[in-house]
Each structure stands twice: as C-alpha cells, then as structure tokens.
Design a protein around this ligand. Structure first.
Ligand code: SAM
Length: 188
C-alpha cells in the first residue's frame, strides 16, 4: 500500500514539474542545439565579418559565434540568451578563448526585445520559425543598410535570402545557411 502511494506521489510530482509551469510569460521556448564549429566558421565567412563589425547572436547558446568572430577577426560581439545556463557557458567560452568583456558582451534576456539592435552590423541566428516570424518585422524596421543577416537552417518567412548555401557537415542531413544584406529603404 505504502509503495503504491509513494509511486502515485512520484508520478504526480513529475507531471506537475513537467507540465505545471506557467509558460504564458515565456516569449519563445527554443531548445539549445549548438551550431557545429565548421558551420560557425562558414556563417562568419558568408557575412564577411571584419574588425569593425558588431556581431549579434540572438539566442547565443555557448557564445562560440561571437567569441570566434572576436578571436579570428577582432570584431565586437553581443550574445543574448534567455537561459542562464547558456550565459554561464558563454562566459566559460570567453574565458577559454581569452576574450574580455570589452570585446564581447554576453547578456541574459529575450532576443526579441534587444534595446540596441540598431548597433548590429551582422546578425547571426539559429532559431525556430516561430521566432523568425516574430523577429522579422523588427529587423526590417531597425537594421541599418549593409547589415548582414545569416540564418542557420530556418529562413525568414518573408525575407528572400541573397545567398543560400547547402553545407555538408558529415551529419545525418545537410545544413542550410541563408544570408541577406539589408538594403536602403525605397524612397516614396
Ligand atoms: C538552437 S540554439 C542556438 C545557439 C547558438 N546560436 C548556436 O548557433 O550555436 C537556440 C538558443 O536560443 C536560446 N533562446 C531561445 N529562445 C530565446 C529567446 N526568446 N531569447 C533569447 N534566447 C533564446 C536558447 O536558450 C538556445 O541557447
């Protein structure tokens, strides 16, 4: 009898932990899947990252994209992630690479409400379609002409890429990278 009650209690607690959270305040729940380093390098190459760039990774995971841009090209970086565990990972990546906070700024927060998005000259993304759809109008309204946007695997719903690269990494399926440069607004 005691065993049965204990078992029921364990199942009930597990269910409430798994499904009982209030998700209504979470802006966009996307799990962490790191981009392979070879793909990171390709994304930076497609964006033609150089020293005077400000590279933003929206949903930065372990921070390798911005840290690699800083280490390889001396570019400034901003990495934003909603998950505190990823912020710890990003800071560890910076420490390992010897990159300081004056070059790479790692922030915890929602990548859909970035206060200084206008500063970006390169935007990197590996996010799901739901996020891309929400972000797209902001990018159109806020980014300056010449800003390069590189999206891994999930393109924007309405923004045609200038370049699509299919990329074999030896995994189970090829990777797709979508690059677009922001144009001057059309004069009315
Ligand atoms: C697929 S991973 C990509 C990580 C990294 N950009 C890369 O390419 O290796 C997506 C990341 O976005 C973060 N994330 C999900 N929703 C977010 C949001 N609304 N704002 C900021 N980060 C978010 C997750 O915590 C996760 O680390």
């Amino acid at each position: 009898m005691l065993r049965t009650i204990t078992l029921i209690a364990i199942v009930a607690i597990s269910f409430s932990l798994a499904f009982g959270q209030d998700d209504s305040k979470v802006p966009c729940r996307i799990i962490y899947v790191p981009t392979e380093q070879v793909v990171v390098e390709k994304m930076l190459e497609m964006a033609k990252v150089k020293k005077d760039d400000d590279v933003f990774d929206l949903g930065c995971g372990d921070g390798r994209i911005v840290v690699t841009a800083a280490k390889k090209f001396g570019a400034k970086g901003v990495g934003i992630d909603i998950d505190p565990a990823r912020i710890k990972d990003s800071l560890a990546t910076m420490r390992k690479a010897g990159i300081k906070a004056d070059l790479v700024d790692i922030r915890q927060g929602d990548a859909l409400t970035v206060k200084d998005l206008e500063r970006a000259s390169v935007i990197m993304l590996y996010m799901l379609p739901e996020f891309m759809e929400k972000l797209e109008p902001q990018l159109k309204a806020r980014l300056k002409p010449g800003t390069r946007i590189v999206a891994h695997d999930y393109p924007f719903p309405n923004m045609e890429p200038d370049q699509v690269v299919e990329f074999e990494t030896g995994g189970s399926r090829p990777k797709f990278l979508y690059m677009r440069t922001v144009r001057e607004a059309k004069k009315k």
